[in-house]
Each structure stands twice: as C-alpha cells, then as structure tokens.
Design a protein around this ligand. Structure first.
Ligand SMILES: O=c1[nH]c(=O)c2nc[nH]c2[nH]1
Ligand SMILES: [Zn+2]
Length: 524
C-alpha cells in the first residue's frame, strides 16, 4: 500500500510533512539522503499542493523515442534532473562522473539522489498510461466466466457498478484500485466511474491524494430500454446535470487539471438516448473537455447499434453525428471497424484505446492494430478492467504482442507487433491518446517525471552451476535466486532484458513509481 494513508490525507486538515529516506546505493557519493516533501491541504477546499525536493536520477534510462515505435532508446549511464515542480530540467547521456554532473547544474547542488543499482538489471522507464479502465469494476477482475459483452454487462457489471451508490463501498473499491494500478506502474489512468456523483467525486479525490494522474468520468446511460431500471440516469437532463456536478467538483480540487481532469463519458451509443448524445456532444464542445466511450467491441453490440440508430451507416457515424468524434475522443476497443469508419476516425483525429486482454477474455475479437496504425490512427493501450482481468498495463503490453500474432495468422506476418512497439503504445501512444504527449510518455527536457524504476534482480551465478552433474542439484534443490519472476543470467543485452520483463515480469519488478516528481509507490 501507500507510504501514507489516503483516508488520513483526505480527513486531515493539517499541513503534513513527510520525510522519507531513499537509499543511495553508491556510498562514496554522500548526497542529501532525505527527501523532504510538503503536502499542504485544507479540508474545506480539498486542494493538494505537493512540493518536491529537486532530484537527480542516475543510472540506466530506457524509453521510446518520440514518434518512433520500432526501437527503444537505451541510455546506460545517464542522469536526469527533476526540479521541485516535477519537471525534467536536464538529461545527460554520459553521467559516469556524478560530481561533474552536479557541478554542471548548480541548481541541483543540494538535490536528492536516486540511483539504479549497478549490476542489478535496474532501469528507469516512463510510467504506464492506461487509456481505458473501469475503476468500479475492479472487484470483478477475473470474474467473467464464459460471458460475452452484452450478457456480461447484465450479469456481472451493472450489479457491481450499482453497489457504488454506497460511498463506503466506493471508498474501499476505489482506494484499492488506485493503489493496485500504481503498484503496477500506471502513472496515468482514464477512468470510467459510475452514474453516482458522490462516488465519482470520491474517485477524483483519491487519485488526487494518492498522486495518480487521472481522467475521471461520470458514466452517462439514460436509455430506458437498454439499461436496467436499478442502474440508469432518469433522463438526458440528469446525465448532463450530474456530469456537470462532477466537473465542478474536480475543478474545485484541481482548478487547472494538473493531475486530475474530468472526462465526458457516454457509456456507449446503445446506452444513451439521442437527446443525451446530442447534449453530451454540446457539452464537450462548450467545455473543451476530453471524452471517452466504447466502439465496435462485439458483433451483437454492433447489431444493436444498427437497430437503435438505423439512420446512420455505421457505429462511428453515430458518434460523429452528435459531435463526439473529435481529437479529444478516446474510443475503446475498435475491433470491427470498416475501412470507411477507420478513415472517418482518422480524419477527425479521434483516438483508439486497444484493450487486448478484455477483447480476449470476453471473446470479443482481435483488433487490427497494425491496420489502424498504418491508417494513421493514434493508438494507446487499456486494461479495460474488468472486461480485462488484469489491472496491469504490462499484461496489456504482453497481450498486445500475442493478440497481434493471432491476427497475423489470418492477415499476414506484417500484423505482428514487437515488444518495442507494444511498449511504445503503453507510453508514448497512450500519452497522445490522452492529449499529454508533450508532458508524459518519455524522458525529455520540459516533460514531467512520470516514471517507474524496474528491477530484474539477476540470478547470482558463480559459473560453477554449469559444470556437469552440479546442474541437477542447483536447479532442482536451490530454485531461482532472484527475488522476482524474471531470471537474468548476465549475457542479456538491454533489449533482451526488456523483452524478459515484458514476457515474464510483473509488479514485483516495479520497485518505485513517480508522478510529476512525487514518489507515489515504493517496493523498496
Ligand atoms: O468492455 C466494456 N466494458 C463496459 O463496461 C462496457 N459498457 C459498454 N460497453 C462496454 N464494454
Ligand atoms: Zn470498457
């Protein structure tokens, strides 16, 4: 869990000072070892101001170059200076001599130092961006049986979401969901909440207190024939009014949407009346806020859209007709788009969230990501919890490569996505999807420090293990010596290590997580 309690933060009205020690693994360099961070908050306004100590991160940095999905940029002995606002002030690619780096940047004379452990297969990587996740469905993660989308919604999802009418239920679910996603390295999440205003506002509060960058959407669903009586908006006006109440709340806790932003959220076309879609399209235009919804996830869903909106030629045209297909729209799934729909989405510069774990779990289908990318559509990754069973974007990265191989079986080898491309989608791609490509997703001067420290803990080898006979004893009786799920033997290149992390790693490898320079999760 967090180094501090979310509840304490929310209920306290005092100024809180945290002193946290971060071990400096190179004892010869004895910088200020205590990171001091001030969080000022008043209960009345519920505003959080976080001031960090300037910090220099030393060690290995790996990220995707901007607009270059096919390779990773590895800087083996670099340094990144992050100022008290959490903004990257310098990137040094050759930082073997720490003193000379500090000398070159006098503003960082008293900076905190955080360093990867040499020889421990550790590296800094940009924080993951989950472009599609349903926080209230988190308790259902893994519970979906053999259902498909429309029966899954009625059997598992609507009952669970309706339980968040209770604020105490919401508090438990949302604090666990935010803690869990942070521990998996998710520094930014585009959340669907529920129809409930108090619970949606609470999710925004929890993200703000925990320090997770978030888009929080109150879900709109007013169609009487599609949604259950026990869980829907009474009218289109109620959809709009309650959405506005949530926008107002977030504006109060984060006036410039520095960390938490509202996002306009029509659940999906079938769940909304034309009146609600029209009003939500107008609201999106007036406020300039981002939007999110689902599109073309399941064949029966597409048939339902045809039946409910017979005057439109396609699912994408329904959203377009109501002014919702804009550069700020995040479309979840997009599995069965026609070429015409793909071109329409591209021409409007709307974005796609690829959710391969969910698409597999609910038997929805395999999205043609290469085809979307070749068509110029911007794509990021989503866990889509709990259609997706895992809150981990690393799992989504892994599923992206695997699902692309299934697509390749029918559509050709070109459809296969590499580890590098899938990691690009999880970071740079996701940043573009949520409109923050100049702030997050990579390590560049002027961007914010949203990062994770990954550690793969190599196996300690003496070389003798591979002598005859002894192999059997060591392997069978000693077991793996590394602390996490990844075994590194020492011969691997950095590309190999990253591939091992993607295919074998999990949150045990996520040693630390920072958002906007603030440490929000620590395993060590
Ligand atoms: O994966 C999904 N999850 C949902 O909650 C949902 N609602 C509509 N369509 C949906 N798809
Ligand atoms: Zn979804």
């Amino acid at each position: 869990m967090f180094g501090f309690g979310i509840r304490n933060l929310i209920s306290s009205s005092k100024t809180v000072i945290f002193r946290r020690s971060i071990a400096c693994p190179r004892p010869s360099y004895n910088h200020n070892h205590h990171q001091q961070r001030t969080i000022t908050m008043t209960a009345s306004s519920r505003k959080y101001k976080v001031v960090n100590v300037p910090t220099i991160y030393f060690g290995t940095f790996i990220h995707s170059p901007r607009n270059e999905a096919s390779k990773l940029d590895v800087c083996e002995e670099g340094a990144i200076g992050v100022n008290s606002d959490g903004v990257i002030e310098f990137v040094e690619r050759d930082a073997k001599d720490i003193d000379s780096i500090v000398g070159k940047h006098p503003g960082f004379k008293n900076a905190e130092v955080v360093q990867t452990k040499p020889g421990r297969a550790q590296f800094f990587f940009p924080g993951f961006i989950d472009t599609h996740i349903h926080a209230p469905q988190y308790p259902n993660a893994g519970v979906f049986g053999s259902s498909t989308l429309l029966d899954w919604l009625n059997k598992y999802t609507f009952p669970r979401e309706s339980s968040l009418s209770s604020l105490s239920v919401a508090r438990t679910i949302y604090s666990r969901c935010v803690a869990r996603t942070l521990s998996h390295g998710t520094t930014t999440a585009a959340y669907y909440a529920t129809i409930h205003v108090p619970a949606t506002n609470l999710l925004a509060d929890i993200c703000s207190a925990a320090g997770q960058r978030a888009f929080v959407g109150r879900v709109c669903m007013d169609h009487k024939d599609i949604n259950p009586d026990y869980y829907r908006d009474e009218s289109a006006d109620e959809s709009i009014e309650n959405t506005c109440l949530c926008i107002d709340h977030i504006k109060k806790i984060d006036p410039n949407y520095e960390l938490v932003s509202p996002i306009i959220t029509p659940r999906f076309a079938p769940s909304c009346t034309t009146e609600a879609l029209e009003k939500l399209g107008k609201l999106a235009k007036e406020t300039g806020l981002p939007c999110q919804t689902h599109i073309s996830e399941n064949r029966n869903e597409i048939q339902l859209v045809k039946k409910l909106f017979p005057e439109y030629d396609s699912y994408a045209e329904v959203y377009d007709a109501f002014g919702l297909l804009t550069p700020k729209m995040i479309l979840g799934h997009a599995i069965y788009l026609s070429k015409k729909e793909m071109e329409l989405i591209k021409s409007r510069d709307a974005k796609v969230s690829h959710c391969p774990v969910s698409n597999s779990a609910l038997t929805s289908g395999g999205a043609k990501v290469r085809w979307l990318m070749n068509g110029g559509v911007t794509v990021g990754l989503g866990t889509d919890v709990s259609g997706g069973y895992s809150p981990s974007i690393l799992e989504a990265v892994r599923a992206t490569t695997l699902v692309s191989r299934h697509v390749a079986l029918s559509d050709g080898d070109e459809c296969k996505l590499s580890v590098e491309e899938s990691l690009y989608l999880a970071t740079r791609g996701g940043a573009k999807v949520v409109g923050l490509e100049n702030k997050i997703g990579g390590f560049e001067v002027g961007m914010e420090w949203d990062a994770q420290l990954i550690g793969l803990e190599p196996v300690e080898t003496t070389g003798d293990e591979f002598a005859e006979e002894e192999v059997v004893d060591k392997v069978v009786f000693e077991g793996p010596k590394s602390a996490g799920p990844v075994d590194v033997f020492g011969w691997e290149t950095w590309d190999d290590k990253v591939a091992k992390w993607v295919y074998n790693g999990d949150d045990r490898n996520t040693l630390g997580v920072w958002v906007k320079g603030r440490k929000v999760w620590s395993r060590i």
